[in-house]
Structures are given as structure tokens and as C-alpha cells.
Design a protein around this ligand. Structure first.
Ligand SMILES: NC(=O)c1ccc[n+]([C@@H]2O[C@H](COP(=O)([O-])OP(=O)(O)OC[C@H]3O[C@@H](n4cnc5c(N)ncnc54)[C@H](O)[C@@H]3O)[C@@H](O)[C@H]2O)c1
Ligand SMILES: [Zn+2]
Length: 451
């Protein structure tokens, strides 16, 4: 008996070793594949996801081979994972995938056929399209003949941030109910950040969550609002007070939709691109500020948009719920939000991106003061922002209002103001506390630069 057991043990060990070696070989193979395909998800991440019992491994086109390898590997171990090599993704393999980690973001080759592939799986269910009045007129005609899109299932809300409220949300829910939407229906948000935010939230809450696709039509929505999973509405005068995290099924980005966008809205989105460029090392910042946004070359813009989305997605993937590094995306926003509300109080609102650009000047001053950010770059960028975004004048009498507005920013707690600052482009210091005097000094720098 004992000798039988002792013979059995080496046999089991040999089997385990063989499986282990097989696994290592697969692992190295996958790693190579991933490198070649420049997949954003390292094979170790796929491995972690797949090793959870009962998990489903969703493989993107670039990950098909490594996904297959893992699938067989786990099969040998008899851990039953479901690997889903979605046909629709395979079919849209030709599209230029940004291969982002949180959502599948695609740069459209041909908006109509790309959308047709994405909504194919939903054809038996109902597909609804959410637009605002402007995007219904200017953008919906570009997709209305896509199979599966029905003009009777277009939900139109009023344009502008004032309409991002409970009334519009209830209107969308009602239209979904009356249109016979099921748990498997799809909502396509066709618009800027407003319809993407509101539609995403409507989809997140309807029947405990249905799929949605964002087709962002403003530059701000393409590089920022449509990616990252934040959805919501304004409530009782507070911006984005009610909302949830819910990732879009796909984001389909087509920069040709921006042709009808007015200059100020184009520049508003461009401010977020400058912010993203400041968050990474390399030459993106130089290439971004060298780009002529007043007279844009759409082909070059498309490339810059793709780079910008990748930066946001990389940060969001590391910290989807904003516990840490996602706060990097708040660069320029603590001071920017205060400037935005001062403008609103004066009855002369400024576009969000403009306020962010002014906020960047204030916060880069703080970065220079506290963290040794380059003075030369601070001056260069503040002159550049003045040239592109013009003047938003503040007086010394505004300092108290602006400071108080910053302490009330929902990202701050107990009267302390924490900023996202930079030691240099790409070297980020989140949660940097600044004293009142330092903030006032930064506001003084901003005011003097803009006299
Ligand atoms: N979820 C996020 O992570 C996130 C990030 C940033 C901003 N936001 C939200 O995004 C919103 C701002 O985004 P926005 O600036 O895109 O606002 P928006 O959707 O209100 O669009 C601005 C204006 O441009 C018009 N428009 C849209 N596409 C057009 C086109 N192709 N041609 C001509 N006109 C067009 C709209 O009708 C609107 O009048 C805010 O509600 C903000 O809170 C969300
Ligand atoms: Zn912003």
C-alpha cells in the first residue's frame, strides 16, 4: 500500500510539473504576443481576471491569442473559465481600437459601418438613440440609416448643461418604458458631455442597468466626458450631484463630427487635452501647444485625440473610483471650478474648458512655488493660455469668494484645500495641501498676468 502510494506521488508530481512548464511556456508566449500587439492589458492582468473561479474572460481582438492560451491553460487545470471572444469584436477588428483598459474605445473608420457592427448583437432588442436638439439636427442624419437605428426610437432632450437635470432624466426613462425597452436594450448617446453623462446615468439605472454606447460629438466629450465611466446629472444647483460609475459598452470616436462644432466649444475641449498632455512625460505637451486649434487640421487632431484618450484611460484603469491617482485628472479643476462659479455669479458663464485653462495657470504657479515646477514653463504656458483662451479678469476683491469656492469643492474636506500639482510634466503630486496665503499669491500671479 505504502509502496503504491510512493509510486503514485512522483507520477502526480511529474504531471503537475509538466502542466506547470506548459503554463510557463504559454505565459511567455502570451507575453510576447502582448508586446507585439501593444496590448494595454498585460497578460498578468488577464491571468488574474481569468483565475477567479467562474469568471468570464472577455478578450479584445488584440488579445485573442493570449486569451486562447489562457483558456487552454486553465482547461488543463480544470478550472472552468468562460472565454468570450465576442464575434462582434472580431468583426470590428479592422477598426482602430485604442485598446483601452476600462471601456473599448474605437476611433471610427467609417461611422456608419462601425456603429452597425457594434449594435448588431442588439438588433432583436430595441436600440434607442439619445440626442440633444443640436446633435439631432447635425449628427443624427449621419447614422439614421444604420440597420437597427430607428428614427421612432430617438429620444431628444434640450441642449446645454441646464437640461442635465431630473426632468430630462425622467423624460428619458419614460421614453424607454413607452418605447418598450427591455433589460437587453441598448442606448446610444449621441452628443457632447451632457447627453453622454445623462444618458449613461439613465442607462445605469434603467432596469438596474442596460448597455450604452457613447458617440461623443464635442471635443470635450471625445477626450474626457465619454470615457471613464462617470455618469450623472446636476441637482439643486450642484453639478453632477447625482450619479454613478458605469462604463460604456463602447465609445466610438469620430473627429469628423467636430466639423460643425463652434470655435469656443472646440477650444473648451482642447483645454482638457492640454491638461492630459501635462500629466505625461515626453513631447506631447509641445506637440499639443504647437497645434493650431484656431484653424485645426482634423487629421492631426484625430491623432492627438487618440493620445489624449489613452492618457485618461490609463489613469482611470489604475483607479476607476478616484481613490488616488485618478485625482491627477483634477489638475486645473480646483481653481477652475471656482472661476467657473465666479463667472456664473457674475451672470457671464464661461465654458468649462476655459475655466480649466485659467485654473491651470493658478495651479502651475502653486506647483512652481511648492514643488519647483519650471518657472520658464509656467510663464510660457500662462502666455499661451492667455493667447488662446483670452482674458477672464478677476480683482483683489474676488479672492475671498474664489478661495471659499475652492474650500467648498466637493473633492476637499474640512476646510483644507488639496490640489493636484506637478513637479514637472508627468510627475504628479496629488493631494498637495496649500495654505490660504499661497492660494491668494497664486491668484495674484494670475491677476497680474492678465492685466
Ligand atoms: N463624465 C465625465 O467624466 C465628464 C468629464 C468632463 C465633463 N463632463 C460633463 O460634460 C458636460 C460638458 O460637455 P460638453 O462641453 O460636450 O457639453 P454639451 O454636451 O452641452 O455640448 C456643448 C454644446 O455643443 C453642442 N454640440 C454638441 N455636438 C455638436 C456638434 N458636433 N456640432 C455642433 N454643436 C454640437 C451641444 O448641443 C451643446 O449646445 C458637462 O455636463 C460636464 O459636467 C463629464
Ligand atoms: Zn474638466
Amino acid at each position: 500500500m505504502a509502496s503504491e502510494a510512493s509510486q503514485l506521488i512522483p507520477k502526480i508530481l511529474i504531471k503537475v510539473e509538466a502542466v506547470f512548464l506548459l503554463f510557463i511556456a504559454f505565459y511567455l508566449y502570451c507575453k510576447k504576443q502582448n508586446k507585439e500587439l501593444k496590448s494595454k492589458r498585460p497578460v498578468s492582468l488577464l491571468f488574474c481576471r481569468a483565475s477567479r473561479p467562474g469568471s468570464t474572460l472577455l478578450c479584445r481582438p488584440a488579445e485573442t491569442r493570449s486569451g486562447l492560451a489562457l483558456y487552454f491553460c486553465f482547461g488543463v487545470f480544470r478550472i472552468g473559465i468562460k472565454a468570450y471572444f465576442c464575434h462582434n469584436l472580431k468583426e470590428i477588428e479592422a477598426m482602430q481600437s485604442l485598446n483601452t483598459c476600462e471601456t473599448d474605445v474605437y476611433l471610427a473608420d467609417d461611422l456608419r459601418s462601425d456603429l452597425a457592427e457594434m449594435i448588431k448583437p442588439y438588433k432583436d432588442e430595441k436600440v434607442f438613440v439619445l440626442t440633444d436638439g443640436t446633435t439631432r439636427r447635425l449628427c443624427f442624419p449621419l447614422i439614421e440609416d444604420v440597420p437597427g437605428i430607428d428614427r421612432n426610437r430617438v429620444i431628444e432632450i434640450a441642449p446645454g448643461d441646464d437640461a442635465k437635470d431630473t426632468d430630462a432624466l425622467i423624460y428619458v426613462w419614460a421614453a424607454l418604458v413607452e418605447g418598450g425597452a427591455t433589460r437587453h436594450s441598448l442606448l446610444v448617446n449621441l452628443g457632447g458631455g451632457m447627453p453622454c453623462d445623462l444618458g449613461g446615468f439613465a442607462a445605469a439605472t434603467f432596469k438596474r442597468g442596460i448597455d450604452f454606447i457613447n458617440i461623443p460629438t464635442t471635443l470635450l466629450a471625445q477626450v474626457d466626458a465619454s470615457v471613464g465611466g462617470k455618469t450623472g446629472i446636476n441637482f439643486k444647483g450642484y453639478k453632477n450631484e447625482i450619479g454613478s460609475f458605469k462604463q460604456a459598452k463602447y465609445v466610438l470616436v469620430d473627429t469628423s463630427l467636430l466639423r460643425s462644432l463652434d470655435g469656443p466649444n472646440l477650444k473648451s475641449g482642447f483645454a482638457e487635452m492640454i491638461k492630459h498632455a501635462l500629466l505625461v512625460k515626453g513631447d506631447l505637451l509641445n506637440r499639443t501647444i504647437a497645434f493650431d486649434i484656431l484653424n485645426p487640421d482634423m487629421a492631426i487632431l484625430a491623432g492627438l485625440v487618440a493620445e489624449s484618450i489613452r492618457i485618461k484611460d490609463d489613469i482611470v484603469s489604475d483607479d476607476p473610483y478616484e481613490k488616488g491617482i485618478r485625482k491627477a485628472l483634477n489638475l486645473g479643476h480646483t481653481a477652475g471650478h471656482a472661476i467657473e462659479s465666479l463667472a456664473l455669479k457674475r451672470g457671464k458663464p464661461v465654458l468649462h474648458g476655459y475655466a480649466v485653462a485659467y485654473g491651470i495657470v493658478v495651479e502651475l504657479y502653486l506647483a512652481w512655488k511648492k514643488l519647483g515646477f519650471s518657472e520658464e514653463l509656467l510663464r510660457l504656458l500662462s502666455e499661451y493660455i492667455y493667447k488662446i483662451f483670452g482674458r477672464f479678469e478677476i480683482s483683489k476683491g474676488d479672492y475671498t469668494y474664489l478661495y471659499d469656492a475652492m474650500t467648498h469643492d466637493k473633492k476637499n474636506s474640512s476646510g483644507r484645500i488639496n490640489f493636484t500639482l506637478l513637479r514637472e510634466p508627468g510627475d504628479i503630486a496629488i493631494d498637495t495641501h496649500c495654505e490660504r496665503e499661497e492660494v491668494i499669491e497664486a491668484l495674484e500671479f494670475y491677476r497680474q498676468s492678465y492685466i
